[in-house]
Design a protein around this ligand. Sequence first.
Ligand code: ADP
Ligand code: MG
Length: 701
Amino acid sequence: MGSKAPARSDPGSPLDQPLQWLKGVGPKLAEKLARLGLHRVGDLLFHLPLRYQDRTRVAPLGALRPGMEVTVVGEVAFAEVVMRRRRMLVCQLKDGSGKLELRFFHFSEAQRRLWRPGAKLRCFGEVRSTGVGNQMIHPEVEVVGKTEPALVEETLTPVYPATEGVHQLTLRRLSDQALAHLDQVEDWLGERYLSEPLADLSLADALRYLHRPPPDADQTLLLSGEHPARQRLAFEELLAHQLALRKLRLASARLRATPLTGRGGLEARFLAALPFALTAAQQRVADEIAADLQNAAPMMRLVQGDVGSGKTVVAALACLRAAGSGWQSAIMAPTEILAEQHYQTLSHWFEPLGLRVAWVSGRLGAAQRRETLAAIAGGEARIVVGTHALFQDDVRFSALALVVIDEQHRFGVHQRMALRDKGRDGEIHPHQLIMTATPIPRTLAQTAYADLDLSVIDELPPGRQPVKTVVLAEARRAEVVERVAAACREGRQCYWVCTLIEESEALEAQAAEDTAAALAEALPDLAIGLAHGRMKGEERDRAMQAFKAGDLDLLVATTVIEVGVDVPNASLMVIENAERLGLSQLHQLRGRVGRGDIASTCVLMYSPPLSEQGRRRLAAMRETRDGFRIAQIDMEIRGPGELLGTRQTGLISFRVADIVRDKALIGDVSRVAARIVGEQPGLADRLIRRWQGDKARYRLV
Ligand code: ADP
Ligand code: MG
């Protein structure tokens, strides 16, 4: 395989052709395949099997065990149509070593005639137990000649991620066609950039192996992703990702921004009025930000800080730098509740300094909205708070110099890019500060966010009482209710969080309403409020506000309260069905208590039996409150998909790589990325294009 002609960028390469170029693909199928992210022939090569079937040998009927997915060959001993609850065709197959029952609910007359006693059938399917023997329900069936040798496959059979209307057989046929052009896939890395054992495996070999593994391939190893063939792909994908982020970063460095120096003594006045002193970590991060803001290139900084580490005040300091020189800042929160909370906190801090804070919310009346937008467009509003609605077209800033994105894990990379462009004014781009409580370990963060500088607030404000965490079975609910009553008697407030496994807001809301009603009955003296995702925004806010103001003793809520809500007097949190939540989510929820100087408790209620994962999660919650440690354990227990997935963090999802599983590759990937940028910048572009396609996931500005 040569390494001269850049095959994928050559428009004549079969791999670059649209899928309709393949046999059997018309516009309809092409459209369905597009839903799987498949657009060009080459995409099929990177659409990897989820698992494999072994059709390489015939299993004797006497050796079948329930759960096996196998090919069997036997003679039909008898076949009859029976009426049980429904009409079905039952056949019995025998091969001298044993018997197998076949059941069909859908069958044609022709099939019934073919599958008669004496016929020899080859079937593929999953073996189930009938209690007295084994059966297959609706196996794939072929009639074979009496003397014909039983034909089997030469490789393991791939099972691909599919979608409605796209069958495995179709995907297999298409991947066969794509694999026929594997010789077009050049190996750009080879021994020059790879070390053993990956250097031995060309990209084409790795792809062939993954699509059509030999019969003796170690399936467990293949599926765990630790097989060298997968690692070879993962390496290259991580490399392309690194190169793309590096490129993005270089491009950012060439953009222009307004240097913000923080004149006007606002910062000193602000700090003097603040009821607390900054922690050393807050001070350090604030200094790092201040240094960035003085540059004429836009800041691109990510601040990681555990729940309650005090990120808001750090963001406020950055806004003050902008405000002091007459510039505007925008603060974007992931939810209305959080936006409102920021609005209140910041108004409280900034209005005494003569700075106007504006709040853009879907819930403003028409007149209010007009007035707010006018204040933003006119520049009187120096700090503007809102959700992503902030970047709707009718919100025009007069002098935007800084964009703060809070709880970044709710925003995707695309949104981050879109935002930067929205806030742009001619050649001038706003500075960007991104804040997240998702504490991913530093090396991972550097890989995932290689386009950003990192700051970590690794210290909690002093005087925080650690939250005591108690794990209790659901059966002890009465005790928990008594704890709630006791805490409220002492003038404290409590959260009661209802969760459900279904991703159904409606069911979860119902559970919260039922629980609230039951608790109101059990605790008639308490003022109980309700907050869930099905309530009208204002209604829910009213409940949250009443809780914040201390008018409610107990707030029954769904996970809508997850992020950022700050009520220092709340000292007890009860989480129902805690075993069903991920660690990071539990940690975020628990962060709602222990925000003041009172001793707080978090009760994790679970319904037995606990799964092994559930048990480990609850144990981890009891043992540590260090967000970084918790993130680490979370990743060990359930893999990064959920923690680092697009949904939670806005990180890109990789096709093959897994940033946690493949973390051993990361050091090499960074070194190779640096070398390629220096030695062969053109190769960097080709790698990015190979892995990220034409619809570049990153706008390479
Ligand atoms: P998060 O990092 O989760 O966004 P917040 O900014 O909401 O945290 O801060 C949590 C609470 O801690 C707030 O009530 C805030 O006023 C308080 N706080 C922040 N910094 C300090 C500090 N240095 N000393 C004492 N309390 C602080
Ligand atoms: Mg916060």
